[in-house]
Design a protein around this ligand. Structure first.
Ligand SMILES: [Zn+2]
Length: 485
């Protein structure tokens, strides 16, 4: 009997996303799904429209970027080159309390909402409007969209400097129902940020609990990642447990030289809690973070590099210390003159980054900022860097573990049905890469360099990116939550 399929990957070194060691396999794809996964050569009777010789190459589930701010770039630049060129086939957007829907602005959006753009970017008063836009112009990658608490607060509250009152919370819950019934994947907070900071545990857990009723997940940029990081973890675990919702600690770090080494305290707390409640974390493979330039984050203790500045675009890519020296002023004064602006903060220790990456709770998330002029290199390099640098070259963990942290684990945590594993019946999101050469090339000096070693990327069964050709198709869709895929 002859079996037919659309694409047959032959003789691939298959990393299936479960974390198991790789095996030589053939993989058949029919339409949008994986039709068969068989030991090498057992597909001899299969007839395919297209055969892909995978000798010397590895095949894996498409990578899932657990932490992004891609809400707008999936609409404005739907080719999604920074991500698909890394092998990413799904992005989790709407992190850190910041989401494009459901909020609009009459004036410039306040920080950190301005990380996604100006008021013209915020054109989605309801989540359904955002979902419709993705359907009209599909991006090259799938999108799991969280709804940000700052977006909800700015939409419903008269004064965001206070805790939401009962009427305001009721209004937010209405938006939660609307978003979740139109395909949102869950909730995010950025309690560190001024637009979200006045929300206490009670406000957050009331809203999170409504997301939980709809099957949503909760990701949080915690109130403090510096001296009070343990208090913030305690708050996070209590909030999630009260709301009965799975929680993801965003871009886990212990920031500032005074806190270096403290992941030896934080990780055991999170790993112990994981026995009692669903908790995970995401992490990017770099010792620098990036967000708005803020006077309260300015310090002479670590390097600060400017990623954009509205009043001083010529400062882009330069170090704050050099600019301050040139201007003959303090770092704080220079930061004030550059504002509104973005910055990279070299505030973590390599040992902490490695400990967090190695945690069994850790998923890989780039946290890339796609609208920055001189972005943190994590935007273009995160996934190849984890595989090529940390797994293959440093030997921090096996490549199959690296892959699991960006596929099977992530799909499970964010409840992305039928994604994250190469298995029969699963969605055919796949990446073909060269395990010998895969590597990030973006640097702090030259951050827009595409990574090496990614050969082909398939999204929903369709060849969407090929080395040397670039983006070929855009077949992404809304995933997670109650979205139909
Ligand atoms: Zn964040």
């Amino acid at each position: 009997m002859v079996e037919r399929c659309d694409v047959l990957f032959e003789n691939a070194l298959l990393f299936d996303g479960t974390g198991s060691p790789p095996a030589r396999c053939d993989v058949a794809v029919s339409g949008e799904r994986i039709a068969a996964v068989l030991p090498k050569g057992e597909t001899k009777g299969w007839r395919a429209e297209q055969n892909v010789d995978c000798s010397g190459l590895a095949l894996a589930p498409g990578f899932i970027d657990a932490h992004t701010h891609d809400d707008r770039i999936v609409i404005d630049a739907p080719d999604m080159l920074p991500k698909i060129s890394q092998g990413v086939t799904t992005v989790v957007a709407g992190n850190c309390g910041i989401s494009l829907a459901p909020v609009t602005f009459d004036d410039d959006p306040p920080p950190p909402m301005n990380l996604l753009g100006g008021k013209e970017a915020y054109a989605f008063p309801a989540f359904a409007d955002y979902a419709a836009s993705l359907r009209r112009t599909p991006p090259a990658v799938n999108v799991a969209a969280l709804v940000g608490h700052s977006a909800l607060r700015l939409r419903t509250m008269a004064d965001i400097r206070s805790k939401a009152d009962r009427t305001e919370i009721a209004a937010m819950l209405g938006h939660v129902d609307e978003a979740m019934s139109n395909g949102a994947a869950g909730f995010s907070t950025g309690l560190f940020y001024p637009t979200n900071a006045a929300a206490d545990r009670d406000e957050v857990s009331q809203i999170a609990s409504r997301f939980a009723q709809h099957g949503g997940v909760y990701a949080t940029h915690m109130r403090d990642e510096f001296d009070k990081v343990l208090d913030s973890i305690d708050e996070t675990l209590k909030t999630a447990s009260d709301a009965k919702i799975p929680v993801v600690v965003s871009h886990h770090k212990c920031a500032g030289p005074g806190n270096w080494g403290r992941t030896q305290q934080t990780l055991p707390v999170l790993e112990t809690a994981a026995a009692k409640q669903p908790v995970n974390l995401d992490v990017y493979p770099y010792t620098a973070g990036s967000t708005n330039l803020r006077a309260d984050l300015v310090s002479a203790d670590y390097r600060i590099q400017i990623t954009w500045s509205k009043p001083h675009p010529e400062a882009t890519g330069r170090d704050l210390a050099d600019i301050a020296k040139e201007w003959g002023c303090s770092l704080e004064e220079a930061a004030r003159r550059l504002d509104p602006a973005g910055a990279i903060y070299f505030q973590m220790h390599e040992d902490d980054v490695r400990r967090v990456l190695s945690s069994r709770l850790a998923m890989i998330g780039s946290d890339g900022l796609p609208h920055d002029k001189h972005p943190h290199p994590r935007l273009w390099g995160t996934f190849p860097r984890v595989i090529g640098h940390y797994a293959r070259d440093v030997g921090l963990f096996p490549i199959e573990t690296a892959i699991h942290k960006m596929t099977g684990l992530t799909a499970n945590v964010f409840r992305l049905k039928d994604r994250g594993l190469v298995k029969e019946g699963g969605c055919a999101d796949l990446v073909l890469f060269d395990p010998q050469t895969i590597m990030d090339r973006a640097t702090y000096e030259s951050p827009l360099e595409p990574s090496a070693g990614i050969e082909q990327v398939y999204v929903n069964g369709c060849l969407s990116f090929q080395k040397g050709r670039g983006v070929i198709a855009r077949r992404g869709r809304l995933v997670g939550g109650n979205s139909r895929a």
